[in-house]
Design a protein around this ligand. Sequence first.
Ligand code: PLP
Length: 451
Amino acid sequence: ALADAWREVAGDPGAALGLPPTAPAHDDSLQRRHEVLAEVQEHYYGVPPRIERGWRELLIDVEGRVYLDMVNNVASVGHAHPHVVAAGSRQMHLLNTNSRFHYRAIADYADRIAATLPDGFDTVFFVNSGSEATDLAIRLAMAATGRPDIVAMREAYHGWTYASDAVSTSIADNPFALETRPEWVHTVDAANSYRGRHRGADAVRYAPEAVAVIDGLAASGRRPAGMIAETYFGNAGGVALPDGYLREVYAAVRRHGGLAIADEVQVGYGRLGEWFWGFQQQDAVPDIVAVAKSIGGGHPLGAVITRREIGDRYRTQGYFFSSTGGSPVSSAIGMAVLDVIEQEGLQENARVVGGHLQRRLEELGERHDLVGAVHGSGLYLGLEFVRDRETLEPATTETAAICNRLLERGVIMQPTGDFQNVLKIKPPLVITRASVDVFVDALDRVLSTGF
Ligand code: PLP
């Protein structure tokens, strides 16, 4: 009834997009998810196609139009940061080479990365992307344990390369249908306390259930090599894992001799207001950490950080080599990004400006029924749109329409999640309170005036 009343007020956004007038019943089958993706991809305008320049949290297209970039967790310290530009150019003048050589930039950078992690993380492998980082993390676990089986959480996204894709069951960006997944992949329920099987306080049940799956695997003779999980539930819009989830699940994996892999590709390095707040907030310490995106500030860079004995067992089976992973220029840029995060207090900015944004979004939710929930923390937030707060029927076509309207108002935002009904809000960490207000005001107007 609420959804119908809302449709009366706002008109039917689906009709404006040329979709059938009646909203589909809430159906979370895999087939429905594929249909949703196809629908949205057809109707969502996408980001402006001809971006030419970037500066801080702004993007400028070839015609000189300026956009507020609310989705770019790759340009972590903002577009074209002068310190990063200078560091990259300087290193380019000095030396850039195949990373088979030993050079100062990589050694300094590896030390700096290791220092940002808890004690014991003393070995860093450099790659070029998040997919390579999670892929390598999985291989390290397999090599160190001598076993193939990996446990992963359903509806997560870890990348597009073979192993990272195999453990990604979010259907967005993932070509593996569930039935063709390799036999070494074993999944546990998506521990999503908002939209999953167990909601709210009931979400504590996810951890014992995952532990039962892990114990069951071991009992059947397939002791897992490791478990990979994001520390925040990224594709769902930054939903936090239930308290203590990772601690319990990591303990179960380790009881069977496996390793815990934390995918911090989205949230690592400051977005949550701490270096690695994802696993630290869970009071858990993994064995292998995969990072990328923010660390390169837009330059292709990823890293896998682990303990020496795990890295060494991998290296005895050959040795690791990536031609450009951690190249001198990548390392210099990575170092400059860390400088900027530290010197400009960007972790604090994530806490303060992110906190302001979160409060404003929550306030929006009090006035607009379409807002189902505000997820996440710091500058890693998700706004989930639903047609009905009881059934959580996803407001998919509405979300596409909202993003289109925002783009017309100069704000870049994308629908995300398996139902494409979530705005994943992850602007450059330099974003100001004033820019955040521009975004929320634009969103408020779009929600108030219909779309
Ligand atoms: N892991 C997570 C949690 C991600 O969100 C992504 C990318 O979105 C990846 C891994 C893969 O990173 P990349 O796109 O750099 O290969």
